[in-house]
Write a protein that binds this ligand. Structure first.
Ligand SMILES: [Zn+2]
Length: 341
């Protein structure tokens, strides 16, 4: 395996490409605070569940989806409340034909077809109120009914975007499975302390497969080292892909797509649509890809790891290297702390 380590500098192997070319986006996890305290949000979702008939997990998922849209386009979708996610333009809130775009009267807003609602009972449909924002979004979606299909129709009617429907359902499943809102733990994709190497190769030119830039980080290691989920998420794709070989793609609550390629195989208990948690074994390091299903050994074994952010209609790759360093450090620190006990 040492000889492969020496090849790290030479090999720029891409696991596959999604959507847009490489683009540096801020790799931040710092906005957990901005989302408000989980206890406060959980209580509000429970209250809104009673008011709309949706499950709290569905309301939480709608709210979180809006938060991820704002993170992707902060200028176009400024924050209206103090922690609720929903962004609505004045025309959406008050109604497109409303002569008063700053109308706060729930009755006239309703008359002009605006989405603004009074959720906190102060007689005003106020977009600076978190509860009014949540109520506006949840009641717009809930009017199609309470079944899972009705919910999907409601989300479709609200966003007119199939990606939005998929995301909100994935987020709902995550909240249902784990029963809580704070699902932002992390893990390094291979066991820390084992024999592997990686370095920052973001955007470097490469000559393999015709892609212009390298969208991700290659972690070189021997065949068979476990590949683990870096996050809480839902398995969105799993199977063969021409460049990535055996690859798995996982969606997290931050609307990021984590892409693991060139695996030698998958953990047999996993299926598309299942949830995973940080550190969960997904498969093993291999050298699959660049050919028909099963092709292997055309390059040194390594994990290609990429992260993409969904911006609503398109996805951007961003450099996972700083996050990898951060997760590796956190895990090494946690290991050391356990040993010290
Ligand atoms: Zn790669």
């Amino acid at each position: 395996m040492k000889k492969w380590m020496a090849l790290t500098a030479a090999a720029m192997l891409l696991g596959g490409s999604l959507g847009q070319p490489a683009h540096a986006a801020p790799a931040s996890e710092a906005d957990a605070k901005e989302a408000g305290a989980p206890e406060q949000r959980r209580a509000a979702y429970g209250q809104l569940s009673l008011m709309t008939g949706l499950d709290w997990e569905q309301i939480a998922a709608l709210d979180q989806y809006e938060r991820t849209l704002r993170k992707a386009r902060p200028k176009a979708r400024p924050k209206l409340g103090s922690w609720a996610g929903l962004y609505a333009s004045p025309e959406q809130w008050s109604g497109a034909t409303n002569p008063d775009p700053s109308d706060r009267n729930p009755d006239s807003i309703r008359f002009f077809g605006g989405i603004g609602r009074d959720g906190d009972g102060d007689g005003k449909a106020d977009p600076s109120s978190d509860i009014d924002l949540l109520y506006a979004q949840a009641s717009a979606v809930a009017r199609f009914g309470g079944t899972a299909d009705d919910f999907s129709i409601g989300v479709w009617e609200f966003y007119h975007n199939q990606r939005a429907v998929q995301r909100v359902n994935q987020f709902t499943l995550l909240y249902r499975t784990f029963g809580r809102l704070d699902l932002d733990g992390s893990a390094f994709p291979v066991p820390v302390g084992t024999d592997y190497s990686y370095r920052s190769t973001w955007g470097t030119a490469r000559g393999w497969g015709g892609h212009r830039t390298h969208e991700g980080t290659d972690i070189f290691a021997g065949h068979g080292l476990p590949v683990r989920s870096t996050c809480y998420g839902v398995i969105e794709n799993m199977g063969w892909n021409a460049y990535g070989g055996w690859r798995i793609g996982i969606r997290d609550l931050d609307n990021r797509y984590h892409y693991y390629a060139h695996l030698s195989g998958f953990d047999k208990s996993l299926r598309s649509g299942m949830t995973v948690e940080p550190g969960r074994t997904l498969g093993w390091v291999g050298s699959s890809g660049y050919g028909k299903p099963g092709t292997s050994g055309k390059f040194p074994p390594h994990l290609h790891y990429g992260i993409y952010r969904d911006r609503g209609m398109i996805e951007w790759a961003f450099d996972p290297y700083p996050l990898l360093r951060q997760w590796e450090k956190a895990e090494a620190k946690a290991k050391k702390a356990r040993r010290g006990r």
